[in-house]
Ligand binder design. Structure first.
Ligand code: HAM
Length: 417
């Protein structure tokens, strides 16, 4: 018989890591719902046209899209990110502004898989539509910082830039093109190809041979119009007032074309591999209009769950939550007693599990040990005769006989409830 493994770039998330994922999503939900964000669950696939707005020249669109014709002849794509979906939803439902939403879930990009880079990866994120105020930019960034603090992460560096208004961005791209064209000999083959598509992305190159030409390139800061420069200055002032540390990185262009004005990225200083960017975001003031809606400003971020947990591993923080099984029932009289006790405890809100197949006491105790339960309840012929159960504290090995009709109360006491 053929056997199957997961496709490249995908993984099974098994326990206890899966419990950690849920805890991660729960901490995020707590942080953002306390800030007035409502949960949105966009579909995992949509009309390809929605995602083309991410930028026709980006790798996400040109190389990495999971797109296909469905049986109805529609051109569909698995979502590579969720910002475009949120803007499509905004245009479709026309909610009142400001519209503040958060999301969590998988995204799909056909990338070269490696540690920290997957073809299916999870993000949590927020988007706000309808607000231009630079105070919001700072608040959004501070929310992400607060989330990292709740996880226990300390080694986070926030890079900040402004890509200006769309006119600024175009003028800057033209200036970069002129600069790099006059330094073509100093560019790698890959960057020359990137230059054809999008001169801004050349700034992203980490190839040593490109470093000289990049260092000498024109600066975005010199191409900001007065309004964009004033907006950026206010964002910085608001971040300082909020006590959020940041570094200005005017080479930060990000891999999506929709950004205008504020852009930012979070880097985990504990990660040494290539993929240290654990989250990023910014303003995308033209995206809603690009999707057929009214001119609407927007800002948000997405944080990569997979990579952020790698950063947590590197710092030794945010361990998987303990098992919820608190009591393990060992029944050597056939198993019917275990069934009754289990359902009695579960109904009382106590996490309970048991062994099956009438195994020996020794083998059931092994399973009890592995389960992580703090207490074992042992039922043998003796206990049945006395209408009682032996309660064993796993850590100390201390045992006591508990009458059946006091079982729930005694278990609760032993668990400190
Ligand atoms: P992004 O920078 O493409 O932005 O992705 C955000 C984060 O998702 C990255 O910093 C990284 O942690 C994680 N990520 C991206 N690709 C992968 C991958 N192949 N494997 C593992 N993790 C990955 C966006 O997606 C924008 N939608 C963010 C945004 C929201 N901007 C405004 N609002």
């Amino acid at each position: 018989m053929p056997t199957f493994n997961t496709s490249p770039g995908t993984r099974d998330i098994l326990a206890p890591e899966s419990a950690r994922w849920r805890a991660f999503q729960q901490v995020f939900a707590d942080v953002v719902e306390h800030a007035g964000f409502a949960h949105i669950i966009p579909p995992m696939f949509e009309d390809l046209g929605v995602f083309l707005r991410v930028g026709e020249t980006t790798e996400i669109v040109t190389k990495e899209m999971y797109d296909f014709d469905d049986k109805g002849g529609r051109r569909i794509a698995l979502r590579p990110e969720q910002t475009a979906s949120v803007c499509r939803a905004f245009v479709e439902h026309r909610p009142v502004t400001p519209w503040k939403v958060w999301y969590s879930g998988p995204n799909f990009r056909y990338e070269k898989p490696q540690q920290g880079r997957y073809r299916q990866f999870d993000q949590v994120g927020v988007e706000v539509l309808g607000v231009d105020d630079p105070q919001l930019d700072a608040e959004i960034i501070a929310l992400a910082v607060e989330f990292y603090r709740r996880l226990g992460l300390r080694g986070i560096r926030l890079s900040l830039n402004s890509l200006g208004d769309s006119g600024d961005r175009e003028r800057y791209a033209a200036a970069l093109r002129t600069h790099f064209v006059s330094h073509l000999d100093a560019l790698s083959v890959e960057s020359r190809a990137t230059l054809e598509r999008n001169p801004l992305r050349v700034l992203d190159s980490k190839r040593p041979e490109d470093a000289g030409a990049i260092a000498a390139a024109p600066r975005m800061a010199d191409h900001l119009c007065d309004a964009a420069a004033a907006h950026f200055a206010s964002v910085q002032a608001a971040l300082q007032a909020a006590g959020v540390d940041f570094v200005i990185d005017d080479r930060l262009v990000r891999g999506l074309d929709y950004y205008r004005r504020t852009t930012f990225e979070f880097v985990a200083t504990s990660l040494t591999a290539a993929h240290t960017a654990i989250g990023g975001g910014g303003r995308y003031d033209g995206l809603v209009a690009d999707l057929g809606g009214p001119e609407t400003p927007g800002i948000g971020f997405a944080l990569g769950l997979d990579r952020t947990l790698l950063a947590c591993d590197a710092e030794g923080v945010f361990a998987a939550p303990a098992t919820v099984v608190e009591v393990f029932i060992v029944d050597v009289t056939g198993g019917a007693q275990a069934a009754t006790v289990c359902s009695q405890l579960r109904a009382a809100g106590i996490g309970a599990d048991r062994a099956y197949d009438a195994r020996s006491m020794k083998s059931q105790m092994k399973v009890a040990d592995r389960s992580g339960a703090r207490l074992a309840l042992i039922v043998g012929e003796d206990e049945v005769a006395k209408n009682a159960v032996t309660l064993r504290t796993m850590e100390t090995g201390a045992q006591q006989l508990v009458p059946r009709d006091e079982l729930v109360a005694q278990v609760k006491t032993a668990l400190g409830r």
